[in-house]
Ligand binder design. Structure first.
Ligand code: IMP
Length: 200
């Protein structure tokens, strides 16, 4: 007998992230619901000091607004030579409405001549159930280094300037990125937890 399917609200406005999660959760008995499907119009606050606080803040807010079981994530890039910056400010590094290119160009400018280029992407996912009030978080990391110029056309965000083993994330096709990425790793932890709970 097949397992009953459960709805899961994915609290992201990013089409890229939704597509990544659809790929990663594809074999689970889960129907992903978007913010648009759930008719959510407002936007959750995001003013925590850590990725975990932000992910929980977002998941709680969207779970309360929709009544749906909700997954939210927060992610960003930590650069060792910049003492972990941009961190929780990764998305708005070059300003509130900055484009991906403006953000990574600012980071390249801030690290001109910096020898230690080590950096890591971090992703925390929070799963909040508004019915039984359970809350869980899952953290994935991907260690690599900053390039000095963008390379590649896949992916989004800072992918063209973040490399692992000599190739940037933007030079790797999606399935290869999923296997390495911070979000892929956090989502794999979520998927493992859900698989053991949802499959009979
Ligand atoms: P948020 O978690 O959607 O707020 O993302 C924070 C910032 O990190 C944004 O600027 C994203 O572009 C960037 N970011 C998050 N995940 C990735 C990724 O997988 N590749 C490149 N940039 C990313």
């Amino acid at each position: 007998m097949s397992a009953p399917r459960r709805r899961l609200l994915v609290a992201t406005g990013s089409a890229h992230k939704l597509i990544e999660l659809q790929r990663l959760f594809g074999d689970l008995p889960i129907d992903l619901v978007t913010l648009r499907d759930a008719g959510i119009v407002g936007e959750a606050p995001e003013d925590g000091a850590t990725f975990e606080e932000n992910a929980l803040q977002k998941a709680r807010w969207y779970a309360a607004a929709s009544g749906e079981w909700t997954l939210a994530d927060d992610s960003g890039l930590e650069v060792a030579a910049l003492e972990g910056a941009p961190g929780v400010y990764t998305r708005r590094y070059a300003g509130a409405d900055a484009t991906d290119v403006q953000n990574y160009e600012k980071l390249l400018a801030a690290t001109v001549g910096v020898a230690d280029r080590s950096a890591r992407f971090v992703c925390t996912m929070a799963l909040v159930d508004p019915v039984d009030r359970s809350e869980r978080t899952f953290r994935g990391e991907c260690r690599g280094s900053l390039t000095t110029a963008p390379r590649g056309t896949f992916g989004f965000g800072y992918d063209p300037i973040f490399e692992v083993d000599g190739r940037t994330m933007a030079e790797r096709p999606p399935a290869e990125k999923d296997a390495l990425s911070h979000r892929g790793r956090a989502a794999a932890l979520v998927a493992a937890a859900l698989r053991s709970e949802l499959q009979p």
